[in-house]
Design a binder for this molecule. Structure first.
Ligand SMILES: [Zn+2]
Length: 357
C-alpha cells in the first residue's frame, strides 16, 4: 500500500471503493466530487415501496444518497414482482421494508438504510419525516399523500409527488413556501373514486419512467440545483408517448399552504381498519394501531402456534401466517396487520385481537 493509495482512501471522506463505485457519476459536471459528498450527507425518505418506490429506491441508493429511510406497511406478494424489481420470489411474505433493506445493502454497502414497517398517516407523518431532506412519493392512494403534504409544508421539506396507473403518470415537485402544494392542485381526491392497479392494471414501463424522473428531481434538490417540476405538473402517457407540462399557480386560499385560507384543511380520515383490493374475490383488511407499537415477535409466535397457524415467513420485522381454513395474514412489529380470507372488518379485528392478547 503506497502513499498514493493512502491519499486516495481519504479523498473528501470517500474510500477508494466508494470513489470507484461512483466514478461514472463523479465525472458528470452536474455532480462532481462536491456533489457526491452532498449526496453522501443527505437524508431521503421514500414512502411506499411498491411500483414507484421500488425503482426510485434502487436509483437513490446506488447513486449514493447517504441515508435512506424506507416506509411501507406491506409484505411482498407474488403479484408485485412483475413491476417491483426490488424483490425476489424468495422474499414473498417478508415485510417490504426488510426485503428492500437487504437488497439495497447488497447493492450499495456504503450507505445507511433505515426500514420502518409502518403505515404513514395523519398521526405519525411528522414524526416519520422529521430530519429528512427530501420525501419521495411511492404511494398508491391519496390519504397518506395529504398527510405527507401537510407534514412537509409544516416542516419545510421538499416533496416529490408522483403517481402512475395503467399507462399514465403524473408528477410534480413541491417546495414549501415556493411552489403550490399538493392540495393546491389535487384537492380532496377521494381514494374510493380512483381506480386501483389491482383492478385496471399498471404498465411497468410507466412506473419506471415516473420513478426515474422523481429520483432525478430528488437528486437535483439534494445537489442544490433547481428541480424541473417546481410549479409544474407533468403528465406522461405511454400510449402515445406524450409528455405534457402544465404550469401550476399557487392557490392563495389553499387551506394548507395559502396566505389567506378561507377554510380549514379537510380533516384526514383516520381509518384504522381499511379494506384493500384482494385477489379472486377474497377480502383483505389492513389494520393499523392508533399509535405505532413495537411488538415482541417471540410472543406472537407462541400465540400463532396456540391458534394453530403455520408461519409462512419468519422475518426480522414481522410474520406471515396461514391456516387450513384459508385465512392468511401478516403482522408487522409496528402493530400493522394484513388479514385475508375473512368475511368482514369485525372478523378481521377479532382475529388480530386473538393473536395479540
Ligand atoms: Zn396549497
Amino acid at each position: 500500500m503506497g502513499v498514493h493509495n493512502s491519499l486516495m482512501r481519504n479523498v473528501r471522506g470517500f474510500s477508494e471503493e466508494e470513489l470507484e463505485y461512483y466514478s461514472r457519476q463523479i465525472v458528470l459536471t452536474e455532480v462532481g466530487l462536491d456533489g457526491q459528498l452532498k449526496l453522501k450527507n443527505s437524508r431521503v425518505c421514500i414512502v411506499g415501496l411498491g411500483g414507484l418506490g421500488s425503482p426510485s429506491a434502487i436509483q437513490l441508493a446506488s447513486m449514493g444518497v447517504g441515508h435512506i429511510r424506507l416506509v411501507d406497511r406491506d409484505v411482498v406478494e407474488l403479484s408485485n414482482l412483475q413491476r417491483q424489481h426490488l424483490y425476489s420470489v424468495s422474499m414473498v411474505g417478508y415485510p417490504k421494508v426488510e426485503a428492500a433493506e437487504s437488497r439495497l445493502r447488497g447493492l450499495n454497502p456504503y450507505i445507511e438504510i433505515e426500514p420502518l414497517p409502518v403505515s404513514l398517516n395523519a398521526n405519525n407523518a411528522e414524526d416519520i419525516l422529521r430530519g429528512i431532506d427530501v420525501v419521495v412519493d411511492g404511494l398508491d392512494h391519496m390519504a397518506p399523500r395529504y398527510a405527507i403534504n401537510r407534514a412537509c409544508i409544516k416542516l419545510g421539506i421538499p416533496y416529490v409527488f408522483g403517481a402512475a396507473i395503467t399507462h399514465i403518470g403524473n408528477l410534480s415537485t413541491i417546495i414549501p413556501g415556493e411552489t403550490p402544494c399538493l392540495e393546491c392542485f389535487h384537492v380532496n381526491v377521494d381514494d374510493r373514486n380512483i381506480p386501483s392497479c389491482a383492478v385496471v392494471g399498471v404498465n411497468p414501463s410507466i412506473i419506471n419512467i415516473v420513478a426515474s424522473i422523481q429520483a432525478s428531481e430528488a437528486i437535483k434538490i439534494l445537489l442544490g440545483k433547481p428541480p424541473n417540476l417546481a410549479s409544474v405538473l407533468l403528465f406522461c402517457n405511454l400510449q402515445d408517448l406524450t409528455f405534457d407540462k402544465i404550469e401550476l399557480a399557487k392557490n392563495e386560499v389553499c387551506p394548507v399552504c395559502g396566505k389567506t385560507p378561507r377554510t380549514k384543511p379537510t380533516p384526514l380520515e383516520k381509518e384504522f381498519v381499511e379494506e384493500v383490493c384482494g385477489r379472486e374475490g377474497r377480502r383483505v383488511f389492513v389494520i393499523t394501531p392508533e399509535n405505532d407499537v413495537d411488538l415482541n415477535l417471540g410472543v406472537i409466535d407462541e400465540r400463532l402456534k396456540q391458534l394453530r397457524y403455520e408461519i409462512d415467513a419468519r422475518a426480522k420485522l414481522g410474520r406471515t401466517f396461514s391456516n387450513k381454513m384459508g385465512v392468511k395474514g401478516s403482522i408487522l412489529t409496528s402493530g400493522v396487520a394484513i388479514i385475508e380470507g375473512v368475511k368482514g372488518k369485525e372478523e378481521a379485528k377479532q382475529l388480530l385481537n386473538q393473536i395479540l392478547h
